[in-house]
Design a protein around this ligand. Structure first.
Ligand code: KIV
Length: 293
């Protein structure tokens, strides 16, 4: 497989399922690459799972860029999608294009993602016109958490589901190469997936989307503050990490670590000379080495 691109993701619709995972640093990007993940989303969820905030609202452009650059350095083949943080695209179309551009120019991402339906179509059109691929995101849009009153399943009524369908169609028509469907009933996601000419990427949206995204820390059991029902955890790395770190701390306390195999030896003659110097107190003299410390 060559380098994954936004057009390649769009073209995969109907041919194979698209795998998407969030990643926030170089190490995670390398692991996801080795697992053959198609798309690495540097989600603004990093505000919660990496930076410890309660929601995604406070993460800044500079913080996002810092993480996008790290992921881009680790992503050889996967497409890197940078999530546009809260208020980086809502205020004006011009600001949206400038900020999206920074993710490609400074962050080396291959695309950006933003949240919202018809209300962000002017931004999507302008960003796409600037040559920047855009991934849409409807359903539960965490940047609207204050207005939504919490992280809740969306589109449960016929009217809300019909509005979501219209929003997703408008995003595709505006040029999005795909649309994330978050936390909506499975049958609604299935209908939207049938209607859209571009892939849907589900999270909490059932099995009928064209692709699937999950948060890295949720997949590996590294975040325990929020565990949505739609998450499937594939490993208990958090627990394993605590066990390993406890062993390390015990070994340090018990003088089991570091052992001889972790210690640098010294030439016996140099050591004898050093010990003699130390005994006469000359080691305290203002030698070039000691004055550098
Ligand atoms: O920020 C994020 O991780 C996301 C995904 C959950 C889609 O937006």
């Amino acid at each position: 497989m060559g380098k994954m691109t936004a057009p390649a993701v769009a073209a995969a619709k109907g041919t194979r399922r698209i795998t998407v995972l969030t990643a926030y640093d170089y190490a995670a990007a390398r692991l996801a690459e080795a697992a053959g993940i198609d798309v690495l989303l540097v989600g603004d969820s990093l505000a919660m799972v990496v930076l410890g905030h309660e929601d995604t609202l406070s993460v800044t452009m500079e913080e996002m860029l810092h993480h996008v650059r790290a992921v881009a350095r680790g992503a050889e083949k996967a497409l890197v999608v940078a999530d546009m943080p809260f208020l980086s695209y809502q205020v004006s179309v011009a600001e949206a294009v400038a900020n999206a551009g920074r993710f490609l120019k400074e962050g080396r991402a291959g695309a950006v993602k933003l949240e919202g339906g018809r209300e962000v179509v002017p931004q999507v059109r302008a960003i796409v016109a600037a040559g920047i691929p855009v991934l849409g995101h409807v359903g539960l849009t965490p940047q609207h958490v204050a207005a939504l009153g919490g992280f809740r399943v969306q589109s449960k009524t016929a009217e809300a589901a019909a509005k979501l369908l219209e929003d997703a169609l408008a995003l595709a028509e505006a040029g999005c190469f795909g649309v994330v469907l978050e936390c909506i009933p499975g049958p609604v996601a299935a209908r939207v997936t049938r209607a859209l000419p571009v892939p849907t990427i589900g999270i909490g949206a059932g099995p009928d989307c064209d692709g699937q995204v999950l948060v890295f820390h949720d997949v590996l059991g590294l975040y325990d503050r929020l565990r949505p029902r739609f998450v499937k955890q594939y490993a208990e790395l958090g627990q394993q990490a605590v066990e390993a770190l406890t062993q390390y701390a015990d070994a340090v306390r018990n003088l089991d670590f570091p052992g001889p195999e972790h210690t640098f030896p010294m030439d016996p003659e140099a050591l004898a000379a050093f010990l003699a110097l130390a005994a006469t107190g000359t080691a305290d003299a203002d030698t070039p080495e000691s004055s550098n410390i």
